[in-house]
Design a protein around this ligand. Structure first.
Ligand SMILES: C[S@@+](CC[C@H](N)C(=O)[O-])C[C@H]1O[C@@H](n2cnc3c(N)ncnc32)[C@H](O)[C@@H]1O
Length: 275
């Protein structure tokens, strides 16, 4: 079977209004394959019947399940590697020199299952210029399911294989059944909380570094521009923004300048935060 036009439209609208994720025509197959397991576990005969049921009941739980199912949670350890080299060799040493002993605060603004914030924490532990100084990493995401996995700090061998160097595994992980758990010295500096980027950010204080990687790609231009403008408001004047390798601020928000950093897509604020 294929999903009906009405069901697809309902899901398209719901996902757009709740997460800003754009599901263009042509994504019917994606919607159907992501919702099929939910339809099965709800005991409904097919995806259309499941969507009709969600549409009739409109409970927050049912609607959240649909939105979460349509998020793409693809991530890996030290993703794209170069940004983490820039973080260790340039960004953290520079901020450490500029901050007289105070903590360095990092926000991973769409952290999925936690590999990114833990990669940041491990990078900080491997930055000698920090000299044992406190680093606080806050990981946020829309998906409660991903946040629960992130908080557990436990990863399967398959997940570990995605980008984690063997030396880092030995240094910063311990066995947990057939998988691996992030060691307390790493997880101690990382906290997780829910945040939907299209809503006002929860009060989290000011950050020195923001990772906003591989999430803007799902949004339309106005949403990207709005999020970038609000990120400027929570970033320290000398703070640094990391975007995904294929992402940039050009044509979206002109309050940023790109910093040298090879293929890392990193930026600093140029103007006072806009309103
Ligand atoms: C592809 S992952 C990126 C993970 C990580 N930043 C990385 O680069 O590996 C995108 C994440 O964005 C989250 N997301 C999508 N829409 C969101 C929204 N409106 N607010 C917060 N998070 C959102 C998804 O749940 C997903 O975990």
């Amino acid at each position: 079977m294929t999903i009906s036009v009405e069901s697809f439209r309902f899901v398209q609208e719901l996902v757009r209004s709740e997460s800003a994720i754009v599901l263009d025509t042509g994504k019917e197959y994606l919607v159907e394959s992501r919702l099929a397991p939910l339809a099965r576990s709800a005991g409904t005969p097919d995806v259309d019947a499941y969507v009709a049921d969600v549409s009739r009941r409109r409970t927050p739980t049912a609607m959240r399940a649909v939105v979460e199912a349509l998020t793409t949670n693809e991530t890996s350890w030290f993703r794209d590697s170069e940004p983490f080299v820039t973080l260790r060799t340039v960004v953290l040493p520079t901020l450490a020199a500029a901050r007289a002993g105070g903590p360095i605060r990092v926000w991973c603004a769409a952290c999925s299952s936690g590999q990114e914030p833990y990669s940041v924490a491990m990078t900080a532990l491997d930055t000698p210029q920090l000299g044992g100084r406190t680093i606080e990493v806050v990981g946020t995401d829309l998906s409660e399911e991903m946040l629960a996995r992130a908080r557990s700090g436990v990863y399967s061998q398959l997940e570990i294989n995605r980008g984690l160097p063997a030396t880092t595994l030995v240094k910063y992980f311990e066995r947990a059944g057939t998988g691996w758990r992030v060691r307390p010295e790493v997880s101690a500096s990382v906290t997780f909380r829910t945040a939907n980027l299209i809503r006002p950010f929860p009060p989290m204080g000011r950050f020195d570094i923001v990772f906003l990687r591989n999430v803007l790609i799902y949004f339309d231009t106005a949403t990207k521009a709005d999020i970038l403008r609000r990120v400027r408001q929570v970033l320290a004047p000398d703070g640094v923004l990391f975007l995904g390798a294929a992402e940039m601020v050009t044509g979206l928000d002109d309050g940023w300048e790109r910093l040298p950093g090879g293929r890392s897509s990193i930026y600093r604020r140029t103007s006072a935060p806009g309103r």
